[in-house]
Design a protein. Structure first.
Length: 372
């Protein structure tokens, strides 16, 4: 059979540091589990801008469309913050998501038992937690038109004379397809979906609620569906997160709610994600796998970053793109074992302290745990 084709885009800041540890894991599966990988690596974000003057070269975009899975580290950083909006590192990431049409972003938040005391919430609130946020990723206020910064000429009362515009826009079709993804996933879990929007103040929120309900009533009546305003949802996530199974929400609310969910697991450095699109010719979805965290400029270059979010993102690639569910389980168990053994990067240090391991040491421990 063909080797699995992977495009690795390490990006900026801690991106290359955490991705180096994923490479060790890929090498291990290649050497020990008879898997063959055809890996190519390319630039994205600030690194691509430095080389090509654009955060994503067309050739890289074309390559991403062809592989079984894209693995992305992180993009952005202070060196690029003053660049023109059109060439900011983040634009490269958004172009990948949009042109690959990766509309369903799966952000699982699982609290490993060994980390229940490191969450900023009480152990009894987070122990055993296993929720999945399904974030719409290719529409909403991130992409809606009109957008821009304009002179506000006809408004003499506007001090400064400018206006910044973004548009929250959703079509019924965009809502239905991400709702289906959420209901399908719920059927493999605890069969419950909570949809979050602000139907009390936004027409796009009213449409969201109606369309999610329509998909439920017509196609998934067996799944339990509830609706919640997103502000209450944020509060409920930290009050009693275990009430949720699958949460489905829009692009912006999903971005914010998933960072909040990260702290339930102990650290943003723990949260993986899968960005999935429509099935390709081989029946598997177009896909990119990316940790939820960013380039962490405050710790970049110091060997302090936690590589687990990126490694667990690769586990999701094994499961959703490569049909290697058993290997995904094996990798997740290796991470769990290392944490149970007390191995911690600096972000996972509790009040009692201890000596943190480096990014590379954490990767080595996980590979050693794989080997058993
Ligand atoms: P961030 O996620 O980079 O960092 C937030 C905090 O979490 C920092 O204190 C950081 O040190 C810590 N952190 C993040 N990942 C960690 C890890 N793996 N191990 C240990 N600690 C970790 O968010 P930010 O500081 O708001 O953004 C920095 C840059 O990253 C910005 O340019 C932003 O646009 C970009 N960003 C990119 C992505 C992405 O590429 N997917 C996601 C979020 C932010
Ligand atoms: C994320 C990030 C991105 C987003 C940025 C870097 C474009 O915060 O993946 O969560 O807002 O989607
Ligand atoms: Mn984010």
């Amino acid at each position: 059979s063909q080797p699995y084709s992977l495009l690795i885009l390490p990006g900026d800041g801690i991106g290359p540091e955490v991705m180096a540890e994923v490479r060790k894991v890929i090498d291990w599966f290649q050497a020990n589990r008879g898997m063959r990988f055809d890996v190519s690596e390319d630039l994205v974000g600030g690194a691509a801008y430095d080389r090509h003057g654009t955060p994503l070269a067309d050739a890289t975009m074309a390559k991403a469309q062809q592989v079984d899975a894209v693995l992305l580290g992180a993009v952005g950083g202070p060196a690029y913050d003053s660049l023109d909006f059109s060439v900011k590192p983040e634009r490269g990431l958004l172009r990948l998501r949009k042109e690959m049409d990766l509309f369903a972003n799966l952000r699982p938040a699982q609290c490993f038992d060994a980390l229940a005391d490191f969450s900023s919430l009480k152990r009894e609130v987070v122990a055993g937690l296993d929720i999945l946020i399904v974030r719409e990723l290719t529409s909403g206020v991130y992409f809606g038109e009109p957008r821009g910064i304009h002179a506000d000429d006809n408004n003499p009362d506007n001090e400064g004379g400018r206006v910044g515009i973004n548009t929250q826009r959703y079509t019924s079709g965009e809502i239905r397809r991400v709702a289906r993804a959420a209901f399908d996933l719920a059927r493999k879990r605890s069969n419950r979906v909570c949809s979050m929007e602000k139907a009390n103040v936004m027409e796009s929120g009213i449409l969201w609620r109606e369309e999610v309900q329509w998909v439920h009533d017509n196609e998934y009546p067996d799944v339990e569906l509830t609706h919640m305003y997103a502000d209450n949802g944020a509060m409920q996530l930290v009050r009693r997160p275990s009430q949720f199974d699958v949460i489905v929400t829009d692009n912006l609310f999903g971005d914010i709610l998933s960072d909040a969910a990260a702290m339930l697991t102990g650290s943003l450095g723990m949260l993986p994600s899968a960005s999935l699109g429509a099935p390709m010719a081989n029946g598997r979805p177009k896909a990119m796998y990316e940790p939820v965290h960013g380039s962490a400029p405050d710790i970049a270059g110091q060997g302090k970053a936690n590589p687990i979010a990126c490694i667990l993102s690769f586990a999701m690639a094994l499961r959703y793109s490569l049909g290697e569910g058993a290997a995904a389980d094996e990798l997740e168990r290796a991470v769990e074992k290392v944490l149970a053994d007390g191995v911690r990067t600096a972000d996972l240090m509790g009040p009692e302290g201890g000596t943190p391991v480096s990014t590379a040491q954490m990767g080595d421990h996980i590979v050693a745990a794989l080997a058993g």
